[in-house]
Design a protein around this ligand. Structure first.
Ligand code: XUL
Length: 580
């Protein structure tokens, strides 16, 4: 599709793919392309975009593979008809927490790129370490314990940085890197996050962290708006805080900051205009909330490799079980997030078992799963006098709650208020379809209930709208159950480009940063241009008083089930150490 006005390019560098998406000033998507790491990359041997060292619970990605991806993706956008001359702004979304360690040659290599050669062939020598730790990495339990302890406890760390210590967070990762590879750490001239890495490549010089993604490091004091010295001191080790501060750089407050014009390399090689501006890039979750003018009390459920639940809020109410980040665009706004490792993969496991039993030849078909999801009554409760069924399905160690790999089943007798452990649902795997989907949404409801308010007269506190994004947003049966459990007085909606929400959010951020009037917020500008009828589709009714109340009655038992299992782990002496 052609458009003669200015265009804005958003990248999304995620675990399994690099995507590029282009919009015009009216927010209409005009081009997109992707590079799939498993299918398209050459020479890295990755699976699902990453390499794994099981012995140390390490998960990491080769940085050179991302360079290869950029080289190819730009070609694909050109093949899709993109005229790079029209691109006025570039921004990016990067999987959160991942870090890249650059060496002292990097600055020169970046500034002298030869447009006849690929990025991969020229920047291979720019890194102090060839790999970027991935958000799925679980190698830093020892470092997390130190982070949680240093300010007095996980409550205090969450209060200062928005989150308790997490394996994947960049501060604990830097501490481990510094201890494991002291020579490489000394040789590290700059550390970028995945988001600022994208901006750095397009800028041809180091880009700073952005004000939202910096909150995924366990190093940034959100309320004070600066690095926490004690946490830096811990991460920095023997070479000291000042050296680490230099490696990290400054953090501009304005999420729409113009970092500079695109590097000459891209002008010469791909035909970008000399005045194309590179705008701060942010993390994939902050970027997702920019894919629409999210109002307060609206929730986004992102069903990708991980499941995340996102809300925008003016209240900073940090808690060790959740995450708070600065809004990527708007001062005094925060983003609330829940992040689960077991999302799509856990549902796929149940789907596969159902398909295998039914002899379905197309292994990736959701038809049978959806059929059982919708035909099984809520809580797999045959009739109201029978017990409700609750379960937890974790093919990977979970973050919320921190339990190891496992599957657990319980019944809850509502009259006797009795929770009992059982082996499985009565009809496995068919009823598992209902119980697993409910379980994932019950966990979200339980942990977001203090943040939602009544969306209208006489309605109990719940989201006004639930927006589904990510690969799983294609599934309308899952959306129906999401609405039944979470509510959503106006319904459950899917974004037109729901599977590319992060790239779309990045492109919208570029539109806002370049075209905003003085003082105009992201929400104001995007709100004015947003065309609801074109961009979203209502895919489920949402709130249904009777069913929603029914789920309300099992929230307490659901929490008791989790707490009981956590206690069992503790008694068995496993603690979090044994979880990874
Ligand atoms: C968030 C998190 C994941 C990644 C996925 O804390 O770790 O959602 O951002 O790319």
């Amino acid at each position: 599709m052609t458009s003669s006005g200015p265009l804005y390019l958003g990248f999304d560098l995620s675990t399994q793919q690099l995507k590029g998406l282009v919009v015009d000033s009216s927010l209409k998507k005009v081009h997109e392309a992707k590079f799939d790491f498993d299918a398209d990359s050459k020479g890295f041997g990755v699976q699902k975009g990453v390499l794994v060292n099981e012995a140390e619970h390490e998960v990491f990605a080769p940085v050179a593979m991302w360079l290869q991806a950029i080289d190819t993706l730009l070609g694909r956008l050109k093949d899709d008809g993109l005229d790079f001359k029209q691109v006025k702004g570039i921004s990016g979304s990067g999987m959160q927490h991942g870090s890249v360690f650059w060496n002292a040659d990097a600055e020169q290599l970046l500034s002298q790129l030869d447009s006849d050669k690929t990025l991969q062939s020229q920047l291979d020598g720019a890194f102090a370490h060839p790999y970027s730790p991935n958000w799925q990495d679980a190698s830093t339990q020892k470092e997390c314990d130190e982070f949680d302890a240093i300010l007095g406890g996980e409550q205090q760390l969450a209060h200062a940085t928005g989150s308790k210590a997490h394996h994947r967070f960049t501060g604990p990762q830097i501490l481990r890197f510094q201890r494991n590879y002291p020579d490489k750490y000394i040789k590290t001239y700059k550390i970028t996050l995945v988001s600022s890495w994208i901006a750095t490549i397009f800028l041809g010089k180091f880009a700073p962290f952005d004000i939202s993604d910096v909150c995924g490091m366990n190093l940034w004091d959100i309320k004070a708006g600066k690095w926490n010295e004690k946490l830096l001191e811990l991460a920095a080790g023997p070479s000291g805080v000042d050296a680490l501060k230099k490696k990290l750089g400054d953090v501009p407050e304005d999420g729409g900051i113009h970092l500079g014009t695109v590097s000459k390399y891209f002008v010469r090689r791909h035909g970008f205009s000399e005045d194309c501006t590179v705008v701060a890039s942010t993390g994939d979750n902050p970027s997702t909330i920019l894919a629409l003018p999210l109002r307060s009390n609206d929730a986004i459920v992102s069903l990708g490799t991980s499941t995340t639940f996102l809300m925008s809020t003016q209240e900073y109410k940090p808690d060790p079980a959740t995450h708070f980040f600065n809004s990527p665009t708007t001062p005094r706004l925060y983003m609330f997030m829940l992040c689960y490792k077991n999302g799509g993969l856990a549902r796929e496991k149940v789907r596969d078992a159902i398909n295998a039993k039914a002899g379905v030849s197309d292994k990736s078909s959701w038809t049978e799963f959806d059929k059982h999801l919708l035909s099984t009554p809520p809580l797999a409760q045959g009739d109201p006098s029978k017990s409700a069924h609750l379960g937890l399905y974790f093919p990977r160690p979970e973050i919320i709650p921190p339990l190891p790999v496992g599957e657990w089943h319980f019944t809850y007798d509502l009259e006797a208020n009795k929770l009992s452990s059982v082996r499985s649902v009565p009809q496995s795997p068919e009823q598992d379809a209902r119980v697993i989907v409910e379980s994932q949404f019950l966990s979200l409801r339980l942990r977001s209930k203090e943040l939602v308010s009544s969306p209208g007269k006489g309605l109990p506190p719940q989201p006004r709208r639930v927006y589904m994004v990510g690969g799983g947003s294609r599934n309308k049966a899952i959306a129906k159950v999401a609405g039944e459990v979470l509510g959503g007085s106006e319904g459950v909606f899917k974004l037109d480009v729901g599977e590319n929400a992060c790239a779309l959010g990045a492109a919208y951020k570029a539109v806002w940063a370049i075209e905003r009037a003085k003082g105009e917020t992201f929400e104001e500008l995007i709100g004015k241009r947003w065309r609801e009828e074109e961009f979203v589709e209502k895919i489920a009714d949402g709130y249904n008083a009777e069913i929603w109340e029914k789920y309300g009655k099992v929230l307490g038992p659901f929490q008791d089930m989790e707490n009981g299992l956590l206690q069992e782990q503790k008694n068995a002496g496993k603690g979090e150490q044994g979880l990874v």
